[in-house]
Ligand binder design. Structure first.
Ligand SMILES: O=C(O)c1ccc[n+]([C@@H]2O[C@H](COP(=O)([O-])O)[C@@H](O)[C@H]2O)c1
Ligand SMILES: Cc1cc2nc[nH]c2cc1C
Length: 357
């Protein structure tokens, strides 16, 4: 099936930029607060970005941040490219649902809600709410076969769109897409190499903690998948079908739709970064609605940030996925909004401004 000729194929509308007037007004307001000019550094820029996304300065506080974990298995994991067996994905989905995972502890501290969805875990999903957007059991092994059919990639993109719409309609004011899936660092590396032009060897990291022998197998898998995908590097939907997965495609749809809905996003690590590259191809300009929360330990993540021209907020040596790095930066974003609403101005407080000011 040729995606260009498919009636149901997804097309995102043109993405508006955030409101530059509100951004400039927030920057101007920062200059009036009782602190030396620009003394809050990146926090000032983050507050101005939130103001631009919301179209108002000062921005409203972030009160309903939501983490959505997109879980899926990857056929390539059965070829020995991960430090963990594939059964772990399903077990981790249950752990996140029970509130026992790292993301739950971090999100509880940061005041974010967590929703976990099984897009393509290679197991029966007993919870119908978690299975609502299930595309298939495991995506194809991308070294030798396509990850998805054309219909599945469209369904996964549509799932991401619907999930973003549901969250925004329910009141989410900041979205955090998160990944979970043994083996997902391999398709992520392939997509990043395909879209940034990075050398294959430079995108292959240690993932879940792989040894040298496993790294060699992963390098061969990335090489084979890139060879299979070469003809479709410039076609994002075909690239997701050939070398992506249902969970990565759904995250790409979610990220693009967040921009359509003018909702700010904090980006997490490697897999979210790969999905973000695809989303920017599908909906050019979507990146203006995202901030990079952190820099992951995976080398390919730095290439994503470079390509999207995003500067990470924190760099804490986190390489977990699950949204962990993104949620870690969330309190800083909340602080950036409250600074603009709660700090007094020189004019209102009677605190003198700078000499000659
Ligand atoms: O996002 C990251 O920075 C990151 C870096 C390395 C590993 N991970 C997580 O570890 C899993 C992928 O690692 P692997 O070795 O199984 O491909 C998957 O569940 C990811 O969420 C995540
Ligand atoms: C234990 C474990 C937790 C994770 N969280 C995200 N990816 C993960 C991979 C593993 C292996």
């Amino acid at each position: 099936m040729d995606p260009e000729n498919t009636a149901e194929s997804i097309e995102f509308p043109a993405i508006d930029l955030p409101d530059e007037v509100a951004r400039a007004e927030a920057q101007r307001r920062h200059g009036t607060l009782i602190k030396p000019a620009r003394s809050l550094g990146r926090l000032e820029e983050l507050g101005a970005w939130l103001a631009a996304c919301q179209g108002q300065s000062p921005p409203r506080p972030v009160t309903h941040p939501r983490v959505v974990v997109f879980a899926g298995d990857h056929g390539i994991a059965t070829k020995g490219v991960s430090a963990y067996p594939t059964e772990v994905t399903a077990q981790l989905v249950t752990a996140v649902g029970n509130g026992d995972a790292a993301i739950n502890a971090l999100a509880a501290t940061a005041g974010a809600g967590v929703r976990v969805l099984d897009l393509a875990v290679d197991a029966e999903q007993p919870d119908p709410a978690v299975a609502e957007f299930k595309i298939r059991r495991g995506s194809g092994s991308i070294d030798t076969e396509d990850a998805l059919t054309e219909a599945e990639v469209q369904a996964a993109l549509r799932a991401g769109i619907t999930i973003a719409d549901t969250e925004v309609d329910a009141g989410a004011d900041l979205l955090i897409p998160a990944d979970l899936g043994i083996g997902n660092s391999t398709p992520s590396a392939v997509l990043i190499a395909a879209l940034t032009g990075a050398e294959p060897v430079a995108v292959i990291g240690r993932g879940s903690g792989i040894d040298d022998t496993t790294w060699m197998r992963k390098a061969a898998a990335v090489r084979d998948a890139l060879r299979r995908a070469r003809a479709v590097y410039a076609e994002p939907v075909a690239l997701l079908r050939t070398a992506g997965s249902a969970d990565l495609a759904a995250m790409a749809g979610f990220l693009a739709q967040a921009a359509v809905r003018r909702t700010p996003v904090l980006l997490d690590g490697l897999a979210v970064g790969a999905a973000a590259l695809l989303a920017e191809e599908l909906a050019p300009g979507a990146r203006s609605w995202w901030e990079a929360a952190h820099r992951s330990t995976e080398p390919a993540h730095a290439m994503v940030l470079d390509h999207l021209d995003l500067e990470p907020i924190v760099d804490l040596g986190i390489g977990l996925g699950e949204g962990a790095g993104a949620v870690t930066a969330l309190p800083l974003l909340a602080m950036s909004a409250r600074l603009l609403t709660e700090v007094a101005t020189h004019a209102d407080s009677g605190v003198a401004g700078p000499l000659g000011g």
